[in-house]
Write a protein that binds this ligand. Sequence first.
Ligand SMILES: CC(C)(COP(=O)(O)OP(=O)(O)OC[C@H]1O[C@@H](n2cnc3c(N)ncnc32)[C@H](O)[C@@H]1OP(=O)(O)O)[C@@H](O)C(=O)NCCC(=O)NCCS
Length: 184
Amino acid sequence: MSLQMYLINETMLKNGKKLVIRRPVDEDACALINFLNTVGGESDNLLFGKDEFYLTVEKEAEYIEKVNSDVNAIMLLGLIGDKIASVAELRGFGKKRNGHNSELAISVKKDYWNKGVGSAMMEELLQFARDHQTIRNVSLGVKADNYNAIKLYEKFGFRKIGVHKDYFFINNQYYDEILMDLYL
Ligand SMILES: CC(C)(COP(=O)(O)OP(=O)(O)OC[C@H]1O[C@@H](n2cnc3c(N)ncnc32)[C@H](O)[C@@H]1OP(=O)(O)O)[C@@H](O)C(=O)NCCC(=O)NCCS
């Protein structure tokens, strides 16, 4: 299968490696589940831990098709060689009264942290939002002690707009969620 039509961008990272950013296809479903189950265990910053991402390959493939055909959403894979280094998604709310709002989520595999992968993925998600006819606001939630993510978001102009107190419950401890917005 030619993946050319799914290609969004190719960029050179700080370490000289090439990052290919493209939309996912059905055949990525298994690798995507493995990626999410791995990154879940690499930090306590996501809503799931190691091996807690339970979707079957069929359901994940269905989800990929659904997102790819949704004009209000984009899901992106960041690949280095044939390995998934990052998965990121931006989803507009789609309704008439709140369709100008959207939510963003991103994760990068630990081996590839701090090499510019997250920034390259953010660029493309935000470009999608800027090119969209309706989306004006991008929102996200981040664990209060996830300083690397907060730095990444601030670099792209996100500002703290509130706090969900005790939003996360991880290893018997509560953590606040910082809410951040970017107004395009
Ligand atoms: C947060 C995350 C997405 C950042 O991805 P990344 O590929 O490391 O990000 P980048 O290399 O593009 O770095 C972006 C900025 O964040 C900051 N940053 C990232 N990692 C850092 C580190 N280890 N030390 C200091 N600053 C760091 C820097 O300001 C950097 O900008 P700069 O390179 O221009 O100085 C990644 O660490 C991750 O996936 N973590 C686990 C899952 C997660 O927390 N997801 C977000 C949930 S809200």
